[in-house]
Design a protein around this ligand. Structure first.
Ligand code: ADP
Ligand code: MG
Length: 693
């Protein structure tokens, strides 16, 4: 029986003991089927060797060369520079900041290395920071890979190689199509869906003659077959959630408006018409016993926080609690300050709960929450064990795109009392074209704040080649000497925090040296929370003039005096993400600018994309344009929309599949509910998978 084969535990695979089983469980894999559907995040092309002379900054490439020089240095911290060269008479520098003594000893003059990594422009020559490499013995040419190498999402303690082998073992027990297939044949007819079995085998192990470029873009029919089913599973699960929610009850929050009126009266500004309209929509939902599930979309700076505060006060007026959860500690802390400033004068207690709140402080916070404190602000620490609300009436999730789609369920369940659940309000600055909204937000009602507060000075955006880097640095110097502040954002295609942090460290060293008269700070995801907030505080206080940062500052950070932003490698980021980042400037009353620094040469399409940002500050227009411009042939960053976490689908790239997804989804729910359950279980698993995240 197929179902049984797929549901067998992973301990039935050779070599999987308790330790490895636990590791795999952290990845969300418990059964054979979970590994069949653990799909490559991307592929690495090690099928060819690129001559060093042909490398361009921004490429990810495999090269081979002989070590010609090794330099160990200390510019503030240890670093190792290894120069290699090949027959093309050019030199490439490999840079390491973290290395063991034994590793350094092996990188001897004359040794032959094969390296794979991302090429950057270095001081004298091109370089790779922390490339993957292997020593090659002797003179003879070693074979290159015959097929693209899949790269899987993995977890600490489980290497790519080990995971790849396990998946291959699991695939040997893949049953025949008729047993694997969950979409009934009549529904598949006319959709030209490839065989599921073949699609799985293909994406895990692309044959040597596979179309490399289609595969790298995720447009191969095998990938599309899987993307279809994945989109279907998300659609089904959102619909199921929505139906389940409708069957429950929430406390009717029909407060008398007294606190809300006092908050509005005390604000230094009047609400925009859009804020008032959305506020009224929320109040109407909250007043009934049907659980609210509402998404508020509003561009960066449109003033979603005050709308959330009003909703929270509605809960408090009705004798209930409200919780606000933000995806990063930086953002959560900022909300804490804002909400305390607004609500404490009204006599509403605002409790802080984040991962770094420990010991006695944590105990006191937990007691306050259990005792019925009005508002609780925090990170996903809000969902931890030990957090018990007295009467949670409303759960608010900010910047939902940074959480998994299903994560907010965990906060809702925190507030569950038997059949009674809290209302849910979700805020996002990530605009989404209507065509996609039906699938991305199939479970939510949507309100839009389509108006910015008056008096904002629009940000001037320019695209500048990296060859003019020095000029940009001079511009930062001039602006900062006049008392302004600047962000310098480092981006990498690689999404690992480690590599991002390393790239930012390199730039931090560079800018510190180039701007000795200014204080240059550094913030990235690998810092401890306390270090992060110390740096942000110093930046807020104006003690740091230039903040070198990774995309950790993407959401919510509000420092009105910062009026200049430089974004490196802007051509590689999604437009939505660039727009988000740019939203960090233009918050005060000085004219602000954003410099999109790109690596030349720019393709036509990349040029068109950057132009969109120069021409408009309107997040919704940008989202529509983004969708329109995306064409085949363009490689974008791995995290393109940041909206939904998919294994293989990309809601924008695969937008053409959505109408069929919705159609098949409806029929399945109405006529084949058990199959719908199994499709969801296969791709999304149980809610436990998200609750722990
Ligand atoms: P976002 O929608 O990006 O979360 P915020 O809620 O952080 O935006 O608001 C951005 C800034 O605009 C804040 O400093 C906030 O106090 C201010 N603001 C919000 N609403 C208004 C308004 N109606 N008029 C003027 N300023 C406003
Ligand atoms: Mg916000």
């Amino acid at each position: 029986m197929a179902q049984e084969a797929g549901l067998q535990p992973l301990t039935t695979l050779p070599g999987v003991g308790p330790a490895l089983r636990d590791c795999l469980e952290r990845l969300g894999a418990k059964t054979l089927q979970d590994l069949w559907f653990h799909l490559p995040l991307r592929y690495e092309d090690r099928t060819r060797l690129v001559p060093i002379a042909d490398l361009r900054p921004g490429d990810t490439a495999q090269v081979e060369g002989v070590i010609e020089a090794v330099q160990k240095g200390f510019r503030g911290r240890p670093q190792l520079r290894v120069a290699i060269s090949d027959g093309s008479q050019e030199t490439l520098v490999l840079r390491f900041f973290h290395f063991r003594g034994a590793q350094a000893d092996q990188l001897r003059l004359g040794a032959r290395l094969r390296c794979y990594g991302e090429v950057r422009r270095g001081q004298q020559s091109l370089e790779m920071v922390h490339p993957q490499y292997q020593h090659l013995g002797g003179e003879g040419p070693a074979a290159v890979e015959e097929t693209l190498s899949p790269v899987y999402p993995t977890t600490e303690g489980l290497g790519q190689k080990r995971l790849g082998t396990l998946i291959q073992h699991a695939l040997q027990r893949l049953p025949e199509d008729e047993q694997l297939e969950l979409i009934p044949a009549p529904l598949r007819a006319g959709l030209k869906l490839a065989s599921l079995r073949r699609a799985l085998l293909f994406v895990h192990r692309p044959p040597p003659d596979a179309d490399v470029s289609l595969l790298l873009q995720g447009r191969h029919p095998a990938q599309q077959r899987l993307a279809f089913e994945e989109l279907l599973s998300h659609h089904l699960s959102l619909k199921q959630m929505r139906n389940a929610v409708r069957r429950q009850v929430a406390p009717a929050l029909d407060g008398d408006g007294s606190l809300r009126r006092r908050l509005i009266a005390g604000l230094p500004f009047g609400l925009t018409a859009a804020q008032r309209r959305v506020g009224a929509e929320i109040a109407q939902d909250l007043a009934t016993a049907e659980p609210m599930l509402r998404l508020v979309q509003g561009d960066v700076g449109s003033g979603k926080t005050v709308v959330a505060a009003l909703a929270a006060l509605t809960a408090v007026e009705s004798g209930r609690q409200a919780a606000l959860m933000a995806p990063t500690e930086l953002l959560a802390e900022q909300h804490l300050r804002t909400l305390r400033g607004w609500l404490q004068p009204l006599g509403v207690e605002v409790v802080w709960l984040a991962g770094k709140v420990q010991g006695k402080t944590r105990k006191a916070a937990l007691e306050a929450v259990a005792g019925g404190a009005g508002v609780v602000v925090g990170t996903h620490a809000l969902m931890q064990e030990g957090v018990v609300f007295r009467e949670l009436g409303l759960a608010i999730i900010d910047e939902q795109h940074r959480f998994g789609v299903h994560q907010r369920l965990a906060l809702r369940d925190k507030g569950r009392e038997g059949e009674r659940i809290p209302h849910q309000l979700v805020l996002t600055a990530t605009p989404i074209p209507r065509t996609l909204a039906m699938t991305a937000y199939a479970d939510l009602d949507v309100s839009v704040i389509d108006e910015l507060p008056p008096g904002r000075t629009p940000v001037t955006t320019v695209a500048v080649s990296n060859t003019r880097r020095e000029e940009m640095i001079a511009r930062i110097r001039a602006a900062c000497l006049q008392g302004r502040q600047a962000y310098w954002v480092c981006t990498l295609i690689e999404e690992t925090e480690l590599l991002q942090a390393q790239a930012a460290e390199v730039t931090h060293v560079e800018l510190s040296a180039a701007l000795p008269e200014l204080k240059v700070g550094l913030v990235h995801g690998r810092l401890k929370p306390a270090e992060k907030s110390a740096i942000m505080d110093a930046f807020k206080a104006g003690e740091i003039a230039v903040l070198v940062a990774t995309t950790v500052i993407e959401v919510g950070v509000d420092v009105p005096n910062a009026s200049l932003m430089v974004i490196e490698n802007a051509e590689r980021l999604g437009l939505a993400q660039l727009h988000q980042l740019r939203g960090r400037v233009g918050r005060g009353n000085v004219a602000s600018s954003c410099v999109l620094l790109y690596q030349p040469p720019l393709s036509q399409l990349a040029k068109a994309r950057l132009n969109v940002l120069r021409e408009t500050n309107d997040g919704f227009r940008i989202a529509e344009k983004d969708l329109e411009l995306r064409g085949p042939g363009e490689m974008l960053g791995t995290r393109q929309t940041g909206r939904l976490e998919f294994r293989i689908a990309d809601i924008q790239r695969d937008a053409a599949l959505l109408p069929a997804v919705q159609q098949v989804g409806e029929t399945l729910l109405q006529q084949h509910a058990p199959l719908a359950e199994r499709i969801v279980a296969r791709w999304i698993g149980t809610a436990a998978r998200y609750a722990g995240a």
